[in-house]
Ligand binder design. Structure first.
Ligand code: TYM
Length: 330
């Protein structure tokens, strides 16, 4: 049976970008009985921002709740917490010996995130992050890794690491395929459409958070920057409108071309007003489920994690044992 693996890092409030680029699709695919799906919360990855422990704990549970709210079927697929499966960190150490500093230096996400501090002040965890991600994927013999555009480079590095290991030690890891959807793989910041919408931003005015209430969503969308001209259309010269059209397209399941026809002469104001309604309407059911799950006394999150932990551990421990044997570590 084919396996699908992907994860969402609990470093802040999840955004509409996370939902459109990844979680919405995960919810839809998780019901497919012909594949085994693993959607996990990489809380070890979150340590690279040295979060306050209580916040990390809360964000990690909240991420599980958003996964369930996005429709991830936690009876037929598996949701688990990375730190509860120690094989991830152990395989990472092993894989560190099959990747070079040159390769890690080329990771655009590391370049973006590390650019703020001088080399001596940069955390090794941030640098090594893609190797932990490779371990996350290779432990499960994943066939597919569905992510947004920004993670594709990491999955490609995972393929290189796995291929190198297999060439040296014989067929050990399956080579995973990154899968990125055609529309919505890179949702941009509403205040600056040249930047990705990101949960690690300190200024939220251009990010719609999954937890934003109706008024906040409306305000952020009505204040979103637009492009020159007055026709609602997408294209390289209209990055702001293109982004808004993509958001509407994914949430309404209508192609961008159909929306362009519908709103061409509506004016930016009316288009944004209707987009705000679409987003509010699209997030409301998720927010309702999330709130219920986070309610004290509700044990659904723990039950889902236990179910996921059991299967994830079974596979991860078997793969790690195989790798250790290959390397003479037993
Ligand atoms: P993270 O937590 O940043 O993002 C989770 C998922 O959301 C997608 N995404 C977006 N998609 C479209 N537009 C955006 N603006 C946007 N922002 C985020 C991401 O591409 C991702 O699919 N390193 C990973 C977590 C991870 C992982 C893994 C993923 C750890 N181990 C193994 C897959 C397999 C990350 O930080 O994603």
């Amino acid at each position: 049976m084919k396996r699908v693996v992907s994860g969402i890092k609990p470093t802040g409030d999840l955004t509409l970008g996370n939902y459109i680029g990844a979680m919405k699709r995960w919810g839809q695919m998780s019901a497919d009985p012909d594949r085994e799906h693993f959607f996990f919360v990489p809380n070890l990855h979150a340590l690279t921002v040295r979060p306050d422990p209580e916040t990390l704990h809360r964000n990690s549970r909240s991420a599980v709740a958003w996964l369930i709210a996005s429709g991830v079927d936690h009876d037929h697929s598996y949701i688990f917490m990375q730190s509860q499966v120690p094989a991830h960190a152990e395989l990472m150490w092993i894989l560190n010996n099959y990747v070079t500093m040159g390769e890690l230096n080329r990771m655009t996400q590391f370049k973006d995130k590390s650019s703020k501090s001088a080399a001596e002040g940069q955390l090794v965890g941030l640098y090594d992050y893609p190797v932990l991600m490779a371990a996350d994927i290779l432990l499960y013999d994943a066939d597919e890794v569905p992510t947004g555009e920004d993670q594709k480079q990491h999955v490609e590095l995972t393929r290189d690491i796995a291929t190198r290991f297999n060439n040296i030690h014989g067929e050990t890891f399956k080579i995973p395929q990154p899968t990125v959807q055609e529309v919505g793989a890179r949702i941009m910041n509403l205040q600056d459409p040249t930047r990705k919408m990101s949960k690690s931003d300190t200024d939220d005015s251009g990010n719609i958070l999954l937890s934003d209430d109706e008024k906040t969503i409306e305000k952020k969308i009505l204040k979103a920057v637009t492009d020159s001209g007055s026709v609602v259309s997408s294209g390289a010269d209209k990055p702001a409108l293109s982004n808004l059209l993509v958001i509407m397209s994914v949430l309404t399941d209508k192609p961008v071309t159909e929306l362009e026809e519908k709103y061409a002469t509506a004016g930016y104001g009316r288009f944004k007003q209707e987009l705000a309604e679409v987003v509010v309407h699209g997030l409301k059911p998720l927010q309702h489920v999330h709130e219920q799950l986070m309610h004290e006394g509700n044990d659904k999150i723990d039950k889902a994690l236990e179910h996921g932990w059991w299967r994830a551990s079974e596979l991860a421990n078997a793969k790690l044992a195989q790798v250790k044997e290959v390397l003479g570590l037993l």
